[in-house]
Each structure stands twice: as structure tokens, then as C-alpha cells.
Design a protein around this ligand. Structure first.
Ligand SMILES: [Zn+2]
Length: 460
């Protein structure tokens, strides 16, 4: 843990909607040299919509240079389908059932030893940009960062990614000896899929069809839980428009990340760097009758990209074994030689040299009472989920999917597989028991405030 003798804070406004907090820490001095670490969490980016994953549109050519020298885990899973639990796992190496930030407003207490704190105490200069208002100093996510730039506006009024990538590019190009840990979490792939006017034609040669309007009409009723299923009420043009807007946002955001990668390369800071690109969750686009994220545990909201460019890696590797974004922190610490045996995840470094980890089950959790309370497990290609209740009014439900035969989770098999359901139920209960002693976090939002914040778009 860092010893913070002077714990903040020269705060100043950078401009509309963004505030930079500089934390003056009296702690370990910076190292003189070492690999830069760049951790990029592209909020709401589902794995299968990247062109490198075989998507038919050129959604992510800006990432080609990074892809060519990364280990790309094509079967990577987030532990939870929404921002706070999942991002906190990326930033701590702990499963949501361990860090316990599971409900809107749950905060990260100072006794957590975060990735940024560990890296900072080892001598890295630590800088974060988060345009998601749920990953912010007020919820404790600035622990360990020398500088944290946050969105001061609404969750849906986020600044564009280019603003944070330009700030990161400026940092990369500035002369400094100490290694840097840069954390970037842009929001353009999150609804309402905002894209600057100048970039709206970049994917399709024309702007996306504007027929779909985020949070309007049926969308709003879905989010209020008053519509059972929108699938039959949404026509093909509506779905096409939604996909076009989402994909155009991916193109814009990945182009910006590509500019950062290019700048690192030109500054001679890419080869040695550890670069990790991932997401906190995906996005449901009516595959199961709903929309957005945080409403189910289906694969479209849990499967995310996870690319790791290790220092001096020159060739690409594609790994199909299931891994978790809980593995991000252990991987970074392993590469930097920072020992820690207290984490839930595992270092992915063995894959770089042709090794593999012994497969183990992945546990999923969502605990957003107004949307869904459910837990699930993935083991040996089978996915089991147990829903306590959800926004569609369903209660006490078990579901089973064979991902080998049905990767989209469209054929529910629990009725014909009672023995497998029983075994998966037992496995899930055993895994959940490991987290029983985790303490409850402090919730920053009094219960009455939830409705107001949600209505204003401050909550996802
Ligand atoms: Zn998110």
C-alpha cells in the first residue's frame, strides 16, 4: 500500500465535462526506466464486432498494428455484464463476489490494494482517463493514480475518445525517464453511441441510419422494466439502424486507439510496452429480446476482447481457451515482476511462450435488483445460469446452454439435461462458497437517490 502523506488535491477544470485531479503523493520515487503499461478498456465493446474477430464490416482497422503483435484471447469473458463490478475486477484482480462492488453506488474502500497502487509503489507514474461516471474518484477508483481525469457530466453525455487519446499521445511524446501506467476507458461504444460529425461516414461511407434512437420509445420502457420483450415490436430497419450506430462508434473509437498506438510506435515506446486492450462488458442487440447491458448473463454481454501485447512481442498469437478479464491485473503484475498471491485471477504470461493454463470454471454474477439478479458458471463448454429474478418478471429459473453447438445461446437445454443441470448447480454453489466471507462495501447512493440518478442518466 502507498503511504499517502498528502492525499490530494489540486483539482482544475480542463474544459467542459472533464476534470483532472492531480494527487500529490509522497511515496516511492519513480523508477528510472522500465516498460510502459497501457491498459485500454473500451467500455461496452462486445468481442464479435471487431473486424479482427471476423466481423464482416471494417469496424477496427485502427487496431491492426496492435493485433499483429498481440496474444488475442478470442474466448475472453467479463465476470459481470455491467461497468462497476466488471471494471473494478479489471482494476483489482478480484472477482465481483470478492470486491463486492455489485450494486449501483457500491464503492471501493481504501483497504483494497488496487492494480494502480501496486504499480505506483513499484515506481510507475500512473495516469487514468475514465469517461464513465461510474469509474471515478467518488467510488474509490482513483486509488493509486497520480492523475485521474474523469467525466463530470452525465453518463450519456460523455466526451469523445479522441480527447483522452490525444492527452495520452501528448504524455507519450513528452520527455520523461520514468515508466508510465496509462489507463484509458472511453465511452463511445456505450449508448447513445456518440460519434463526432467528422467521423460518422468512416465505417459505411455515409452516416449510420438514425432510425434507432437510444433511450427513446420502446427502449425507455424496456429499461423501466415495463416491456416483456421488444423483439416482436422492433422491425428490421430499427435493428439495422441500431447495429450501424454501434458499429460506427466502434470504428471511431478504435481509430482513436490506433492513433495512440501509432504515436507510441513513432516515439519508440511501443516495442517495449505492455499493452492490454479489453472491455468491461458487451452489448445486447436484441439477440435475446432485450437491449443494452446489465439485463442478462448471455454471451453477448459477457464476451469481450482481451488482447495482450507483451514487451517485445513481435508476432500474433490467437488463443481459444476461456479466460477472464479478472486475469488482467495478475498478468500485468507478473510481467512487471511484482509478486502477489492474493488475487482471484491468473497471469496469462504462460501463453506467450506456448504454455497454457489448466482450464477452470468461470463464475458470472449480476446483482442489479431493478434489472436482474443472477449467477452463472461456464465449464467445459457448458454454461449454466440461475436467475433469481429479472426485468422480464421471470423468477427462480435455471438455464443451460451448450456453447460448442450453440455459441449464441439460442437453444435452452435444461429440460432435457437434468443430470448436467444438477452437476452445474452443485459446481456453482461450491464456487460461490469461496466468496462467502467477503465484506459488504459502502454504498454511496442512498436508496432514494437511485431513481433520480437513473432517470437523469447518471447510472448505466
Ligand atoms: Zn461499461
Amino acid at each position: 500500500m502507498l503511504l499517502l502523506l498528502t492525499a490530494c488535491s489540486g483539482c482544475f477544470e480542463e474544459g467542459d465535462g472533464v476534470e483532472v485531479t492531480v494527487t500529490h503523493e509522497v511515496a516511492t520515487p519513480y523508477r528510472d526506466g522500465g516498460p510502459d503499461v497501457v491498459l485500454i478498456v473500451l467500455d461496452t465493446l462486445r468481442a464479435d464486432h471487431l473486424s479482427q474477430a471476423g466481423y464482416p464490416l471494417e469496424t477496427s482497422p485502427g487496431l491492426d498494428k496492435l493485433a499483429e503483435r498481440s496474444v488475442r484471447f478470442e474466448n475472453a469473458w467479463a465476470p459481470s455484464p455491467w461497468t462497476v463490478p466488471s471494471t473494478t475486477s479489471i482494476l483489482t484482480g478480484q472477482h465481483p463476489l470478492r470486491h463486492q462492488l455489485r450494486k449501483p453506488g457500491d464503492s471501493l474502500s481504501a483497504d483494497h490494494n488496487t492494480l494502480a497502487e501496486r504499480v505506483r509503489s513499484a515506481g510507475w507514474h500512473t495516469l487514468a482517463w475514465s469517461y464513465n461516471v461510474s469509474i471515478a474518484p467518488r467510488l474509490g477508483h482513483d486509488q493509486g493514480f497520480d492523475q485521474f481525469t474523469r467525466n463530470t457530466g452525465k453518463v450519456l453525455g460523455y466526451p469523445h475518445a479522441g480527447r483522452m487519446t490525444q492527452a495520452a499521445i501528448d504524455w507519450v511524446g513528452a520527455p520523461h525517464k520514468e515508466p508510465s501506467f496509462l489507463y484509458l476507458q472511453p465511452m463511445n461504444c456505450h449508448g447513445p453511441y456518440r460519434v463526432p460529425k467528422s467521423a460518422r461516414k468512416n465505417l459505411l461511407g455515409r452516416p449510420p441510419d438514425g432510425h434507432f434512437v437510444y433511450y427513446a420509445g420502446p427502449m425507455h420502457r424496456i429499461l423501466k422494466g415495463s416491456m416483456l420483450s421488444a423483439r416482436d415490436r422492433v422491425d428490421e430497419r430499427y435493428l439495422t439502424s441500431l447495429r450501424e450506430q454501434y458499429d460506427t462508434a466502434i470504428r471511431y473509437e478504435t481509430d482513436q486507439i490506433g492513433l495512440l498506438i501509432d504515436a507510441m510506435d513513432e516515439a519508440g515506446r511501443l516495442d517495449d510496452a505492455l499493452v492490454i486492450l479489453t472491455s468491461d462488458h458487451g452489448e445486447e442487440l436484441f439477440e435475446h429480446g432485450g437491449f443494452s447491458h446489465g439485463f442478462s448473463l448471455h454471451q453477448e454481454v459477457l464476451r469481450v476482447p482481451l488482447w495482450v501485447k507483451f514487451p517485445n512481442q513481435a508476432a500474433e498469437l490467437v488463443i481459444s481457451q476461456p479466460v477472464s478479464t479478472v486475469d488482467v491485473t495478475p498478468t500485468i503484475l507478473d510481467v512487471l515482476g511484482i509478486a502477489d498471491s492474493t488475487l482471484d485471477g491468473r497471469s496469462l504470461l504462460p501463453y506467450l511462450t506456448g504454455g497454457a493454463l489448466v482450464p477452470r470454471p468461470l463464475v458470472f454474477d449480476v446483482n442489479w435488483p431493478k434489472r436482474i439478479v443472477a449467477q452463472g458458471v461456464l465449464d467445459g463448454g457448458w454454461k449454466y445460469q440461475r436467475i433469481a429474478h429479472d426485468y422480464q418478471g421471470r423468477r427462480d429459473l435455471e438455464e443451460l446452454f451448450d456453447l460448442g453447438a450453440d455459441p449464441g445461446e439460442l437453444v435452452e437445454l435444461s429440460g432435457g439435461e437434468p443430470d448436467r443441470v444438477a452437476a452445474m448447480r452443485t459446481l456453482l454453489d461450491e464456487l460461490l462458497a469461496q466468496y462467502k466471507s467477503a465484506p459488504a462495501p459502502v454504498n454511496m447512493f442512498p436508496e432514494m437517490e437511485h431513481d433520480q440518478l437513473e432517470a437523469l442518466g447518471y447510472l448505466e
